[in-house]
Write a protein that binds this ligand. Structure first.
Ligand SMILES: *Cc1c(COP(=O)(O)O)cnc(C)c1O
Length: 465
């Protein structure tokens, strides 16, 4: 027998060892420092050895993995309030294990039609969440950046095929960096990414957008896509989606909503109200690894027209002819993901959503999101009541930004350091209108009122220090 094929008893034993580690890790998330990231030279040396020729036992390897994992931001824990958290629910990790252990091929319907149907049921649920028509199609991606890239590439292909050098895209000044990256990768010059300024409430200025579109059109350029934010990363602010949709329609350009952070708040009543207009988008980025709390590696894009994806990504290859012929013979509504996306071979990522959504039910996720909105409101009210702090914007969703009044940037960063030195919470900073602000992003399913009250206490102490 090959050592690559363990016996049933060995599989049980190996899995049990890994499971013990996972359980201990999850048990430990409540305590422990939130931001270790300075591995010792010995650890780095232990970790940088090349793979050996002969076998090693699992136990010492797991020990090494544990030591390596300890040296990280505790992004799975309740005190992680930096950047955009999520947490990573266990049952999705379990589905990930199951999916990779089954290792079936889901890039083509023919090779696993029923598994594709499972993934498609989750994708259809996403389309329905936004009232998208029957010929809409969603895709699971490795993250929101890839989803934004698919949107941009699709818009460029549809509207500027053969004239990419004249294509322009429009983003808000607080838009996510992945869009500019995607534009560059799609062959658009950096100077063809138009940054639209914000109104004082941090929302994309629709008048400025209109002006830029007019100027570009008059100059013989080809506007292809407007990106609006449904929750900017900085402040969780939602752009005026319906107004932007109307302008995009007027100019005949693709309207994409980047909802990587905020789009899934559509599951809640308050979120749905605030996201009004999102249903008019040509495509929407979602990030289940943020606001559905599944482990990192699962993003999504919801696209109004499946045909637009097909035009962009469909390709016939001789070595695929059997799979394609079979699909034609068994005409089904199920998608060949490979002909709608840049990927061919892919993991069965649908299971990482299907299992937890079925196991826990959608309402369990909705409740988490509602709780986070309540917590953000509580934080905003409490911080705003402190007259030593500047807390200018009420949260649309679950990000609160604040700074010390009248202090310079260095003081703000020292303030952040005093807070993070607590090792109980981790916040991050950003710049808005040129000034440094601290941000608290509440989105981990493990963050509840107890940690938030503690956070407010830590911030109060740091203000006084
Ligand atoms: C996180 C984020 C992205 C990028 O998503 P990844 O999953 O990190 O690739 C894009 N847009 C916004 C608004 C985000 O918050």
């Amino acid at each position: 027998m090959s050592p690559l094929e363990p016996t049933a008893a060995e599989m049980q034993a190996l899995t049990q060892q890994v499971l013990d580690l996972v359980v201990a890790n999850i048990d430990g998330l409540d305590g422990g420092p939130v931001s270790l990231n300075s591995p010792s030279a010995e650890l780095l040396a232990d970790l940088s050895t090349a793979p050996p020729e002969s076998a090693t036992e699992l136990a010492p390897l797991l020990e090494l993995i544990t030591r390596a994992a300890q040296q990280s931001y505790q992004s799975a824990g309740p005190g992680y309030l930096a950047y955009v958290p999520g947490g990573g629910i266990f049952t999705s990790a379990l589905a990930g294990f199951l999916g990779t252990a089954l290792n079936r091929y889901t890039g083509k319907v023919t090779s696993a039609p029923a598994l594709v149907a499972m993934e498609q049921s989750v994708l259809r649920w996403m389309c329905d969440l936004f009232g998208f028509p029957d010929d809409a199609q969603a895709l699971l991606t490795p993250g929101g950046s890839m989803a934004n890239s698919i949107a941009l590439t699709t818009a460029r292909t549809l509207y500027a095929e053969g004239q990419v050098d004249r294509a322009t895209v429009y983003i808000g000044e607080h838009a996510h960096g992945s869009i500019t990256k995607a534009a560059r990768a799609a062959g658009l010059g950096r100077d063809h990414v138009r940054t639209i300024r914000s109104t004082p409430d941090l929302r994309l200025d629709v008048e400025h957008l209109k002006t830029r579109l007019n100027e570009d059109r008059d100059a013989g350029l080809v506007p292809v896509c407007v990106f609006a934010a449904a929750g900017t990363t900085n402040t969780g602010t939602i752009d005026r989606l319906a107004d932007i949709a109307a302008i995009a329609r007027e100019f005949g350009v693709w309207f994409h909503v980047d909802g990587a952070y905020g789009g899934l708040f559509q599951l809640t009543a308050r979120g749905r109200q605030r996201l009004s207009g999102i249903e008019l988008a040509a495509s929407i980025t979602l990030d289940p690894h943020k606001s559905l709390f599944v482990p990192l590696g699962t993003g999504a894009i919801v696209v109004r027209s499946k045909e637009a994806l097909r035009k962009t990504y469909s390709e016939e290859a001789d070595y695929m002819q059997d799979l394609n012929q079979h699909a034609a013979d068994h005409a089904s509504d199920l998608p060949d993901f490979d002909s709608l996306s840049p990927e061919l071979s892919r993991d069965f990522r649908g299971l990482r959503l299907w299992l937890p959504l079925h196991l826990h039910g959608v309402d369990a996720f909705r409740q988490q999101l509602d709780e986070k909105m309540d917590l953000a409101l509580k934080v905003w009210k409490t911080l705003r009541a402190d007259d030593r702090l500047d807390v200018p914007w009420s949260p649309d969703l679950t990000v609160v930004v604040f700074r010390l009044k009248d202090d310079d940037d260095a003081d703000q960063l020292a303030f952040l350091k005093r807070i993070n030195d607590s090792q109980r919470i981790l916040l991050s900073s950003t710049r808005i209108n040129g000034d440094v602000y601290l941000r608290m992003a509440i989105l981990s399913f493990r963050t509840h009122a107890d940690r938030i009250l503690e956070a407010l206490e830590i911030i109060r102490a740091a203000v006084e220090a």
